[in-house]
Design a protein around this ligand. Structure first.
Ligand SMILES: [Zn+2]
Length: 437
């Protein structure tokens, strides 16, 4: 599985072809693979009669969609903040993912899923249960909702013997139609079959493709036997066998890891179809490599190490104590507290301010003071939560204080800590000294 949200077909198709939306499921003929933008699985008749197992069709991806770029830095490690407030110099950390992952969702996404009504409550519960298997290993959540219109992914139950799914965010391309179909589940379907098919199809939902076509595949096919096997099983032509089974995704169009014959996204391949290479069994659950790569492509947010220390602004022997805590407030904000502190019995007074950089070279200011003649303006501790979208994490936090004659003065110091800060952080600053006296 893993790897392989791929876009090669985009490069090859004409603009007319590219403009075609995914077709409705009622229009998906089982063998007319020309305009089906889906990956189709055929049912297993009976409980794993391996002689009759049916398999998937790998289709052209939807290419008419302008998907917003995927955030590939969500899993970057967080630098550790030193006691003096500095952090190790870090460049921009990027995963080894490029445009080939464009169809995947963002790490952390909550994907809303509509489960159609044309089946039993039992089947629906099994689809939900096995889809959520992915959540243990990939940082996504499937949120099952009852609103067809607003759901990102729409699961239908057209009992036509076909199960299929669009790939990744292609599901967003055609909001009027189903994006996944399960074509043969009923109340007698056993768990192993729900596991095999639901996890596989939701693998496509997450942008994963067929493992046996991985560029890293080491399979050497006995072409004649493969052609005969898939003709007997599916009625495929040699050309279809080549497209669906034998040809590999190109390296330039895919992300892939070491080839994994145990992937849930792999066809079952009998040994007699191979000249060299190991047969693939009927995989009904995630392999160890599937789990590993689900984490790599959908990383869970890194957790920073809580830090305490003291900043010196190099102005008047200023000392500002800081604490940074991770994952203690909602993930879409950073909380800042600024306090007038004290050293021993000596309290810090007057007016102090910090400026948190915003996009467009602006700053969000937080100030404390205790010398205003208007009592209500005096506040010695202020806490604000700033949306992460209102913070420019590439810049430093500025410091201000009232100097001689009460003039509000920008200090010549920036606290360049924000690359070590994530949504969910609480930063507490106590201005404990502002004088050398
Ligand atoms: Zn498939």
């Amino acid at each position: 599985m893993k790897k392989i949200p791929f876009l090669l077909a985009i490069l090859l198709c004409s603009s007319t072809l590219c403009a075609q939306p995914p077709v409705k499921i009622t229009e998906r003929p089982i063998k007319n693979i020309g305009n089906i933008n889906a990956l189709i699985v055929k049912p297993l008749p009976g409980k794993y009669d391996l002689g009759k197992i049916k398999i998937c069709l790998d289709q052209k991806p939807v290419t008419a969609v302008n998907l917003p770029p995927r955030r590939n830095t969500a899993g970057s490690p967080i630098p550790t903040i030193s006691q003096d407030g500095t952090i190790p110099q870090v460049g921009i950390v990027q995963q080894g993912l490029t445009s080939a992952t464009d169809k995947m969702w963002n790490p952390g996404d909550i994907i809303s899923v509509y489960i159609g009504t044309m089946t039993t409550e039992f089947v629906k519960s099994k689809v939900r249960q096995f889809a959520k298997t992915w959540e243990q290993f990939a940082n996504v959540k499937f949120n099952f909702i009852n609103d067809f219109k607003t759901a990102n992914v729409k699961v239908g139950f057209l009992y036509n013997g076909q199960s299929w799914s669009l790939v990744g965010r292609d599901a967003l391309a055609d909001p009027g139609n189903y994006t996944v179909n399960f074509g043969w589940f009923n109340d007698t379907t056993h768990d192993e079959e729900f596991s095999r098919v639901v996890i596989h199809e939701f693998g496509h939902v997450l942008g994963f493709l067929h493992e046996h076509k991985s560029p890293a595949s080491t399979l050497q096919w006995n072409i004649d036997k493969a052609n005969q096997y898939f003709y007997d099983k599916n009625g495929w032509t040699a050309a279809q066998v080549n497209t669906q089974v034998i040809s590999k995704y190109t390296q330039s169009s895919t992300n892939f890891s070491a080839y994994d014959p145990l992937s849930i996204m792999h066809y079952m391949i009998p040994q007699e179809l191979l000249l060299t290479g190991v047969a693939s069994p009927l995989n009904t659950n995630l392999s160890a490599t599937d789990k590993l790569y689900a984490r790599i492509w959908y990383p869970f947010p890194p957790t920073g190490i809580n830090a305490i220390g003291e900043i010196r602004t190099n102005d008047d022997c200023d000392r500002v104590a800081f604490t940074v805590q991770y994952n203690v407030v909602p993930a879409n904000v950073v909380e800042f507290t600024l306090q007038l502190g004290q050293t021993g019995n000596k309290k810090v007074t007057w007016w102090k301010q910090i400026g948190i950089p915003k996009p467009n070279n602006a700053e969000t200011y937080i100030y404390v003071q205790n010398h205003s003649l208007i009592a209500s303006e005096n506040k010695t501790s202020v806490t604000v939560q700033i949306p992460i979208t209102d913070i420019d994490f590439s810049k430093g936090i500025s410091f201000w204080k009232a100097k001689i004659l009460g003039v509000h003065t920008l200090l010549n110091y920036k606290w360049n800590v924000l690359p070590a800060i994530r949504g969910g952080c609480r930063i507490t600053l106590a201005w404990n000294a502002d004088s050398c006296l």
